[in-house]
Design a binder for this molecule. Structure first.
Ligand SMILES: [Zn+2]
Length: 280
């Protein structure tokens, strides 16, 4: 695995931390017509390789110190994942230096690295920053009122957030701190969040899981996959976000986009393309 690279945008810098990769599957496209179209796109994009998703968190070097966007999988998934802590060490930033961790949403591939295998906090000085809608869904909703798919992972949420229970900061739409503002991008989860980072130049938008399989979703944004708790809303969010990114020229940091996971979204005839940033 390659050493983390740092990209400077305006007055800040962003270092993608590659936690590993994971495999998507066309079985996760429930609609048969969509699945057939998806199969063609995946075949045209190189087959199974196009279904492998990189998994990134991001180290942001802000004027008043380093923060993280998401925290990797830790020990909650398989052995090809869980490398965030090594990648972070390679940057020279220590876990105790991280004061804020902005979560795009509360799924294990984004929060698993908050704790070690025994459930101890990996970041002794960090507070967890979440959109209030996402926090309310995971922390305040009776399990019986949750979709089955969400209920099934609650034990992992408890493990990851338990040691941080007293240091979870809920922020409103448009709110945030340190030049990092929350923008709801719902569907994948109810409070799924894009973090909009001021840079003094073009903003960086850390959009979490707006796109899972680029070869599919950049061409057919509406294609539902079972990863999204509300597939219809997720599809609408994906369309809106892609259009916004292409129109604005913002830098996207997309958790599951191909490494390095930062770049631009461009419009090309009937589809969008992801153009990774080149190291400066
Ligand atoms: Zn994810």
């Amino acid at each position: 695995m390659t050493q983390p690279r740092t990209f400077r945008i305006g007055e800040i810098a962003i270092t993608p931390l590659l936690d590993g990769d994971l495999d998507a599957s066309l079985d996760k496209v429930p609609d048969p017509v969509d699945r057939a179209a998806a199969a063609e796109l995946i075949a045209a994009a190189g087959g199974d390789k196009a279904l492998t998703m990189d998994c990134h968190a991001y180290l942001l070097h802000l004027p008043d110190g380093p923060v993280l966007i998401d925290a990797g999988t830790g020990s909650m998934m398989h052995e090809r994942l869980g490398h965030l802590h090594e990648r972070l060490a390679e940057t020279g930033v220590r876990h105790e230096d991280i004061r804020s961790i902005f979560l795009t949403h509360a799924h294990k591939d984004h929060f698993g690295g908050l704790v070690d295998a025994a459930g101890r906090a990996m970041f002794p000085n960090a507070e967890i920053v979440m959109h209030e809608v996402e926090a309310k869904f995971w922390f305040d909703t009776p399990p019986a009122d949750m979709p089955e798919r969400a209920r099934g992972t609650l034990h992992l949420n408890e493990k990851a957030f338990g040691p941080y229970r007293d240091r979870i900061r809920r922020v409103r739409e448009g709110g945030g701190m340190k030049g990092v503002a929350a923008r709801l991008a719902p569907g994948h989860t109810p409070g799924h969040t894009a973090w909009v980072i001021e840079t003094g130049a073009e903003p960086i938008v850390a959009w979490g899981d707006v796109v899972h399989v680029a070869a599919l979703h950049l061409v057919r944004p509406q294609t539902a996959m079972v990863y999204d708790l509300d597939p219809h809303t997720a599809g609408a969010t994906r369309r809106d976000m892609l259009q916004w990114m292409a129109d604005s020229g913002a830098v996207v940091a997309g958790a599951h986009l191909q490494s390095p996971g930062v770049g631009y979204i461009r419009r090309e005839e009937d589809r969008y393309v992801f153009e990774p940033l080149q190291a400066s």
